[in-house]
Design a protein around this ligand. Structure first.
Ligand code: NI
Length: 399
């Protein structure tokens, strides 16, 4: 079966590349992916697969049915682009000013369409249903995944059972093209935005005894927060706090009334995440209070921690080894980025893996979310085959 999938993916590569480039030319931001959704729906119809459109506004869901009844597994691709001005110089560069597929979601979408074709072609060979999930708005919190879930993408839909497992993959320029990276358990971080407003009392910097120095309070608050997080995090649970914006609009001789601080808190564990929010709040408020200032704390919750199901990840690794060979499968470290695929894995066993798309010789090394990010398209053959193989293998195992 793996050989047949590999051969069909090789045949499908020109079409997958064509689709990827068509999507790349016409990038659309979160929940505005109308053209992209239309292209997905049209491509599916040409394959003989009837799409369900308008799920979570611009999402598309479809089902590929095997010859015999059986369980359902889901494959997910995200379809949105980023507010970045492209600087790759490619002849299929973005035609929309200030919008770019700089996170490879064009490739994710094209590979899932390619996999749909392979699964459809091989439908006599497997039992069950593959649910294709084309999800809008991965890049913009609160994200499209939880809207897709609210609209039933993990439950019965279109006459098919909900999925027993869900798979997704992300392109990764730091890994050589065609390599597959997998990790079981904690994989990607939760990401919450932290906004602090420290209010003191401003005035002449030469008379601090009559004032409350919000700038000095800010220094203590940041130091205390770092200490509290590092001292309280459970062993084995990576966690970080980074503040990238501190605004104090005083001057050499003026103390401001207030200081604004913005940062991010990330962790790999949902219990600790919830507890850390409380600690951040208490520490900032009480530290400010000790100096006679106040601190307003706002925690805007982003995506949860992404934890890959351990058994599923082991099966994904085996599938990868069967497809590309042991020497082309990488055991990944944890990754502090966040992904709304995490919402799916909170509800059904799931595994999110990465596909190497880098090519140092061709200078394809620019990171995700940068204006020169691109992918070595040869890797799309591997990614397409891998998605199809994951579904077939999982269904054969009884999902
Ligand atoms: Ni992405």
């Amino acid at each position: 079966m793996t050989d047949r999938i590999r051969a069909l993916a090789a045949d499908a590569l020109p079409e997958v590349v064509r689709l990827r480039r068509a999507i790349h030319r016409r990038p659309e931001l979160a929940f505005q992916e109308h053209e992209t959704a239309a292209l997905i729906a049209e491509t599916l119809r040409q394959l003989g697969i009837e799409p369900i459109t308008g799920v979570a506004q611009t999402g598309v869901v479809a089902h590929v049915e095997g010859a015999r009844p059986g369980p359902t597994v889901a494959l997910r691709a995200d379809i949105d682009a980023l507010p970045i001005t492209e600087a790759t110089g490619l002849d299929f560069s973005s035609e929309t000013d200030g919008v770019m597929h700089a996170c490879g979601h064009d490739a994710h979408t094209a590979m899932l369409l390619g996999a749909a074709g392979i699964l459809h072609e091989l439908r006599e060979e497997w039992a069950g249903t593959v649910r294709l999930v084309f999800q809008p708005s991965e890049e913009k919190a609160p994200g499209g995944a939880h809207v897709m879930i609210e609209e039933g993408v993990l439950g019965p839909m279109g006459g098919h059972d909900g999925p027993a497992a869900i798979f997704g993959q992300h392109v990764f320029p730091e890994l050589a093209a065609g390599l597959i990276g997998v990790r079981g358990g904690m994989f990607m971080a939760s990401a919450d935005e932290i906004y602090l407003t420290i209010r003191g009392q401003g005035g002449h910097a030469a008379a601090p005894e009559a004032l409350v120095d919000a700038v000095l309070v800010q220094a203590h608050v940041l130091t205390a927060l770092q200490a509290v997080i590092s001292r309280n995090r459970p062993p084995g649970v990576p966690s970080l706090l980074s503040f990238g914006k501190v605004v104090a609009e005083g001057a050499t001789n003026i103390l401001p009334d207030a200081v604004q601080i913005e940062g991010t808190f990330r962790s790999m564990d949902e219990d600790w995440r919830a507890r850390a929010h409380g600690l951040i709040r208490r520490t900032a408020e009480k530290t400010a209070q000790a100096f006679g200032a106040t601190c307003e704390v706002e925690v805007r919750e982003g995506y949860p921690a992404l934890v890959n199901d351990a058994a599923l990840a082991a099966a994904v690794r085996e599938t990868a080894v069967a497809l590309v060979g042991e020497d082309r499968v990488v055991d990944l470290p944890m990754w502090y980025a966040s992904e709304d695929f995490a919402f799916y894995t909170q509800q059904v066993p799931g595994c999110f893996s990465v596909l190497g798309v880098g090519n140092e010789a061709e200078g394809i090394t620019h990171g995700l979310h940068t204006p020169r990010m691109t992918v070595d398209e040869a890797a799309l053959e591997t990614g397409t085959a891998f998605l199809a193989a994951l579904a077939v293998r999982q269904l054969a195992a009884g999902a």
